[in-house]
Design a protein around this ligand. Structure first.
Ligand code: GLA
Length: 412
């Protein structure tokens, strides 16, 4: 086995039926009784980083790893939630919502937002089992939010509107967890499709599914450096973008977000901004252009151009947005010189987490081996490398409803 490689028999990729059986039996041990199962996938963003909260464009794809929630209803408004990954149990009560500043806030936050949108406050018991690597920038928190939110709606017999669910989950993260993330993760967890990337306009929420060519693979390489999205840097970047809009709107009336600023307008007026704000704005404005160009390239099956845009995106995130780190830069630099690699870039919020690489199918095995060895030699850490089949799980909800809601929920 190639070091650092997740193979088909890795626990993260245990087949669905086996996993359902295991989770069901753990639920019985913990809480007694039967449960229903729901799941939602993580995602990798191919291009369009730090553009979502600027009303811009992103292009994520659902990945093969997902988060499962086993649930049954409880008396009153009390929740007991157990993380199988962390071996921790938490309790909270919807009658007195209170952030605990840990993983359970994602669930409590979603429950609170659904309640605000009209869902009756009812308690639940939940077991969480996630295969999405945590803190890796692969949306483990959104997968948890969306699976938990879907579960809460469905066990109360409430119809599930995926658009509203995505927005409620984003609100939970913004207002309850305190991370001012955009809509990207929650949206793709709700709307992704196997074998496709999803080009999303984060302002209008219009979206388009674009097939990922079968002769290339998305290869994700985890630096194993944990990123912490609720950390201050993210919120600082967001505030810097808002400051840029405020200053530019003096000469560009009518702009509501950096999405509305063209590269030409930015070049004409950038002297009004401090050097740091200039760099932040330049990243977002040029990144939006790159996503549009990348969508056109993907439509034309032009992987070379797509890959070039990925490298450019990384450079911009490293130098202008300053959210990369030496481990991510090293992985991208090594990938850049390798055969069969169309493109590579950091993905997600930054400061650790993963790179995403677009690699020709026939070059994947060699790429994995060489990248893992180079990283190990350089940092002393064995990276995890996930080759995506893009067979993902994507819309968890069809399966949740028709398969999970029924056959998985039915007695074995
Ligand atoms: C984090 C946020 C996302 C997005 C990315 C950067 O992962 O949760 O909403 O802003 O950073 O693209």
């Amino acid at each position: 086995m190639i070091p650092g490689t997740i193979t088909a028999n890795h626990p993260l990729l245990t087949d669905a039926a086996t996993r359902a059986r295991d989770i069901r039996s753990r639920f019985k041990d913990l809480f007694g009784g039967d449960c229903r199962l729901y799941r939602a996938p993580g995602r990798v963003n191919l291009i369009g980083e730090h553009t979502d909260y600027n009303d811009g464009f992103v292009m994520p794809a659902a990945i093969d790893f997902d988060c499962w929630v086993a649930i049954s209803s409880a008396e009153g408004t009390a929740f007991t939630v157990h993380s199988g990954n962390l071996g921790e149990t938490r309790e909270f009560d919807l009658a007195h919502p209170q952030p605990r500043h840990d993983w359970s806030d994602y669930i409590q936050g979603v429950a609170v937002m659904l309640q605000k949108s009209g869902l009756p406050a009812r308690g639940a018991k939940m077991l969480i089992s996630s295969g999405v690597p945590m803190g890796g920038g692969l949306s483990s928190s959104a997968a948890l939010e969306v699976a938990a939110g879907y579960a809460l709606l469905d066990i109360q017999g409430s119809p599930v509107d995926l658009m509203q669910l995505a927005l409620a989950c984003q609100l939970a993260e913004n207002e309850f967890v305190g991370a001012h993330c955009g809509i990207m993760h929650q949206f793709i967890a709700c709307h992704g499709k196997a074998g496709h990337a999803l080009m999303l306009d984060c302002r209008s929420l219009e979206h388009q599914l674009l097939p990922v060519p079968k002769d290339a693979r998305l290869v994700i390489c985890n630096t194993m450096v944990k990123h912490e999205i609720s950390g201050g840097e993210y919120n600082t970047r967001r505030a810097q973008c808002e400051e840029g809009v405020r200053l530019l709107s003096a000469v560009l009336p009518g702009i509501a977000a950096l999405r509305d600023v063209t590269v030409q307008d930015f070049e004409r007026h950038r002297e009004r901004l401090s050097p740091t704000i200039q760099k932040r704005c330049r990243h977002v404005i040029t990144e939006n252009q790159r996503v549009l160009a990348a969508a056109a390239a993907l439509t034309q099956h032009d992987l070379a151009s797509f890959g070039t845009l990925m490298f450019e995106s990384h450079t911009s995130l490293r130098d202008d947005y300053e959210v990369s780190c030496s481990e991510l830069d090293f992985l991208v630099q090594v990938a850049q010189g390798m055969k069969g690699v169309y493109g590579a870039r950091m993905t997600g919020g930054g400061f650790g987490g993963c790179t995403v690489n677009l690699v020709a199918v026939e070059a994947v095995a060699d790429f994995q081996q060489k990248l893992a060895s180079a990283y190990h030699a350089h940092t002393g850490t064995v990276p995890e490398i996930y080759v995506q089949t893009c067979r993902a799980t994507t819309s968890p909800f069809q399966s949740t409803h028709s398969r999970m809601g029924r056959s998985f929920a039915a007695p074995d």
